[in-house]
Design a protein around this ligand. Structure first.
Ligand code: NPW
Ligand code: K
Length: 500
């Protein structure tokens, strides 16, 4: 109870604080992810009040505590690089040895004279070994303190070969070789079983393929003040409740206030629009319409809760209360061309999916509110990924003016202004036909309830994942996912703290 109250107060304080600051636009500072470059800025700002030597000591202490908590004493080899990541490693070596563990250090590169890392290295009075190949194979645990935020290029083959020989790896800050911003692997990176990072996680901790290398990820407080974040233009967040708030049920609610969702129903592939509608209904939309482009009967027989339009789109769009439309699930390209421009021209908020991604005509998507491609669809429209997927999604958001939901195991929700939420709240349970149609129904419901575009998409992606977790077995179909959405929505109101 006290913990819940504390978290509530903490979020409220953060929220109040942010109101006066245009720099950070979102409420929950716990969910902020910092790029390595931003982390350097934070380090510099923090160093004005706490010397880097002390931060390094705190970082090394934090890693040591996690090791002591999780492992029984065993032989440890600490591989220390030339920078501050290595500096943290020397502190871990000293503290673990002090706790009575058999520790030796392997120095990979020499810290710069007069640097904080050199100071930490000088405090290490234990064994430093030369024949690293032999030691790395023998050690029960290898602590990877080679490179962290300062990694600039691919890992040297010799270092990669060394890390390959390690049986069990604990990474300081991030496994060496992972790009902290993109999660990409630079040459090679070990699979750690524990990664201890500091202050705030980085995008690379959650983006694939990097995420697979973290093992258990623990983010530790090392006495850097939260307000150091406020000087930075934050662009990345972890997608969890607290990043967004969903509307509560109010006593004065009526159906249009809860949200009206309208869906274009294809004439041939009718399942997709029906799944979208099923999701919107279960998500709590006030009313859900399907406008059939043919095959009316199948839609009319679908659910007593569903309203099927009889009038043509040109007439129906005159209804100003029906602001939010889903266009694409189950539609042929011909059907998309017949409907999407009308919706956009009428100023409707359109969630565009599936059928809209059949060509490379980016212009067709301009004026939509949210687009939800998976990687195959994304490439079909926007071309191959040249740098990394976050940059590509950002460019797509700018080109279309829409929020891009790039679906995958690490779904990205990217706003045209550059905000990126990374979702890790998902499982293989979502990998089933119709799962994407379900997601569009969830997004549409939240958008229709008055949430802004980016927040609607973020919350919907989280609840989609939650609906999967709520299934009582691992193999749900899309209808089963949708059946859990009411509960998923209730669960989204619980502000969860990230495990640290
Ligand atoms: N965040 C926090 O709050 C705190 C963070 N702390 C810790 O600081 C770490 C960041 O430290 P950092 O900036 O010194 O960078 P780090 O990763 O040690 O590497 C830099 C060195 O590696 C070298 N180098 C790079 N790539 C290379 C390559 N491919 N192959 C070969 N060499 C390569 C690079 O060489 P250079 O590019 O300068 O020639 C330079 O010498 C951070 O991860 C965390 O552990 C705590 O101590 C305090 C609080
Ligand atoms: K490391």
């Amino acid at each position: 109870m006290c913990r819940v109250l504390f978290l509530f107060l903490q979020c409220s304080i953060n929220f109040m604080f942010y109101k006066g600051h245009n720099i950070v636009k979102n409420q929950n500072t716990d969910l902020v992810l910092l790029t390595p470059l931003q982390m350097q800025i934070v380090d510099k700002a923090a160093a004005k009040t706490i010397p880097v030597k002390q931060l390094m000591e705190n970082a090394g202490w934090a890693v040591t505590q996690e090791i002591l908590k999780r492992y029984k004493p065993c032989s440890v080899l600490i591989l220390c690089g030339p920078g501050n990541n290595g500096g943290d490693g020397y502190v871990v070596a000293r503290l673990l040895a002090k706790a009575g563990w058999p520790v030796c250090v392997g120095a990979i590169g020499k810290p710069k004279a007069g640097s904080d890392a050199e100071y930490a290295a000088r405090q290490w009075c234990g064994k430093t070994v030369e024949n690293l190949e032999a030691y790395v194979e023998k050690a029960s645990l290898v602590v990877d303190a080679i490179f962290g935020a300062g990694l600039t290029s691919n890992l040297d083959c010799r270092i990669a070969d060394l890390l390959r020989k390690a049986k069990r790896v604990i990474a300081v800050d991030i496994p060496s070789g992972i790009d902290g911003e993109t999660g990409q692997i630079k040459g090679y990176a070990p699979y750690a079983e524990l990664t201890v990072s500091f202050f705030r996680a980085k995008p690379g901790h959650y983006l694939l393929p990097g995420r697979e290398h973290m093992g258990v990820l623990v983010i530790k407080d090392i006495s850097i003040l939260t307000n150091t974040i406020f000087t930075i233009d934050i662009k990345y967040w972890l997608n969890e409740p607290g990043l967004w708030e969903i509307p509560r049920a109010e006593i004065e609610d009526y159906k249009y206030r809860r949200g009206a969702v309208s869906i274009i129903g294809g004439s041939q592939m009718t399942g997709a629009a029906r799944l979208s509608a099923h999701a919107a209904l279960n998500m709590g939309a006030g009313l859900v319409h399907i406008l059939p482009l043919g095959n009316n009967e199948i839609y009319s027989n679908f659910s007593a809760c569903l309203i099927v339009d009889n009038d043509p789109l040109e007439d129906v769009i005159q209804d100003k209360r029906r602001k939010v439309w889903v266009c694409g699930p189950g539609l042929s390209i011909k059907e998309v061309r017949r409907t999407l421009p009308i919706l956009i021209a009428a100023g409707k908020k359109v969630i565009a999916d599936a059928g809209v991604f059949q060509t490379d005509q980016i212009d067709m998507l301009k004026g939509t509110s949210i687009i939800t491609p998976h990687m195959g669809e994304f490439k079909r429209v926007f071309g191959e990924i040249i740098e990394d997927k976050v940059s590509a999604a950002r460019q797509a958001a700018v080109k279309t003016g829409a929020v891009v939901v790039l679906k995958g195991a690490d779904t990205l929700i990217v706003a045209p202004d550059g905000r990126v939420a990374i979702n890790q709240h998902a499982s293989a349970r979502l990998a089933t036909a119709g799962s994407g149609d379900t997601l569009t129904g969830i997004i549409a419901t939240l958008l229709a309830s008055g949430m802004p575009e980016w927040e609607s998409a973020c919350a919907a992606v989280w609840m989609h994942g939650e609906a999967g977790y709520l299934c009582d077995h691992s193999w749900p179909n899309a209808e089963m996912l949708a059946n859990n959405l009411g509960k998923a929505r209730d669960n989204a109101k619980i502000i969860k703290k990230i495990d640290n």
